[in-house]
Design a protein around this ligand. Structure first.
Ligand code: FE2
Length: 162
């Protein structure tokens, strides 16, 4: 017999992928694979009618599998307006780190890639410092190569569910 449906308990979901539009496909795939420590799983260059209706002008999509999720990095034909860093795409996405030390490692990696000179950044700003709030939650913010904002956070057990 089916379990009774209770809002929020029996209906499960999870993050499947984040879609990120880029003006520079190779630069974007290189940064995502190196920063998140993943691999490019597949690339598509032909698309269904549905995809083309949702993303007019799409020419290339690469799935990068990393950090427990999938990133769908896509670009459009040059005749379409290229994404600009001041256009809203997602406001920010927050990734969690298990420990404060790992959060620091994420920030260090961010800073290293930013300073390496091997990527071009639409918003050439380094990651922020790590700040700790009154509940002991640590976080920093950074931009990817396209100018999309990421937050990285560590939430200690005692601050969960606050
Ligand atoms: Fe946030």
């Amino acid at each position: 017999m089916d379990e009774p449906k209770q809002p929020g308990s029996s209906l499960r979901t999870g993050l499947h992928h984040l879609a990120v539009e880029t003006a520079d496909h190779d630069n974007c795939v290189a940064w995502y694979t190196e920063f998140f420590g993943g691999t490019a799983a597949w690339t598509l260059d032909s698309f269904s009618d549905l995809t083309r209706s949702r993303l007019p002008g799409i020419v290339r999509l690469t799935e990068v599998v990393a950090a427990g999720t999938r990133f769908h990095l896509f670009s459009r034909a040059a005749s379409y307006a290229l994404p600009r860093p001041d256009m809203l795409q997602f406001q920010h996405v927050c990734m969690t780190a298990t420990t404060v030390a790992e959060l620091q490692e994420w920030r260090d990696r961010c800073q290293r890639l930013f300073a390496s000179g091997r990527f071009s950044f639409a918003r050439p700003d380094p990651p922020t410092e790590i700040v700790v709030d009154d509940d002991g939650v640590s976080s920093f913010y950074t931009y990817d190569v396209n100018g999309l904002e990421y937050e990285f956070t560590h939430i200690p057990a005692e601050a969960e569910g606050r």
